[in-house]
Design a protein around this ligand. Structure first.
Ligand code: 5GP
Ligand code: MG
Ligand code: MG
Length: 187
């Protein structure tokens, strides 16, 4: 059975994703090029791996790339509780302009925790670039300090989505589009 048959509908196609990534990269490049320190791109594993790969290749600055993993234990399609960092950065971000690259910001719990973590490591600024944003589900109203910016690819309706890095039970990350999983597959 093909992976595509698990998808109820496609929200963003590969072409739409590529166009949006191109625009986000241009915006980030323009905002960060005035700084003497090159930006540190920090992908939130695992979901941001494709987005980070696509974004990084469109930013013509001497960026560094690293990953961090935050885990919050919860069941099925929702995370709950406070996240813990289960895999930390290898690179030193002291004095760096960090861009946290995320697949999706939902309640905001994970990103709020990661922003605080980057600040505690002495980053000069912390920005967030999330491919999808579900503002209707926000519970934690995170703040970005001076110079930090919030970039998002698309506002996502309140569906559980998969693809372009995002999983359900570790599957579907390799779908080249973003789609809604058939509810019978996760309910
Ligand atoms: P938050 O802490 O903002 O509630 O959730 C953040 C994480 O939950 C995301 O980085 C992602 O891993 C997961 N998540 C939230 N909404 C979705 C969704 O619609 N689909 C998938 N696959 N993961 C989601
Ligand atoms: Mg994520
Ligand atoms: Mg997940």
């Amino acid at each position: 059975m093909s992976l595509d048959s698990h998808i109820e509908r496609v929200l963003w196609t590969p072409d739409q994703i590529a166009t949006r990534v191109f625009d986000l990269a241009a915006q980030i490049s323009a905002d960060l090029s005035p700084f003497s320190e090159p930006p540190a791109l920090v992908g939130v594993a695992t979901g941001a791996f494709l987005f980070l790969a696509d974004l990084a290749r469109q930013i013509p600055l001497p960026v560094t790339v690293d990953f961090i993993r935050a885990e919050s234990y919860g069941s099925g399609t929702q995370s709950n509780g406070s996240p813990t960092i289960s895999f930390d950065l290898k690179l030193d971000v002291t004095g760096r302009h960090v861009v946290l690259v995320e697949d999706i910001v939902d309640t905001g719990t994970t990103i709020a925790h990661l922003i605080a973590h980057m600040e505690s490591k002495g980053a000069s600024s912390v920005s967030v670039c999330t491919f999808l944003d579900k503002p209707s589900r926000r519970k934690v109203d995170f703040q970005l300090l001076s110079k930090g910016k919030f970039y998002r690819g698309f506002e996502c309706p309140d569906y559980f989505v998969v693809g372009y890095g995002m999983d359900f039970a570790e599957r579907y990350r390799n779908l080249p589009y973003i789609g809604v999983l058939k509810p019978e597959l996760y309910k």
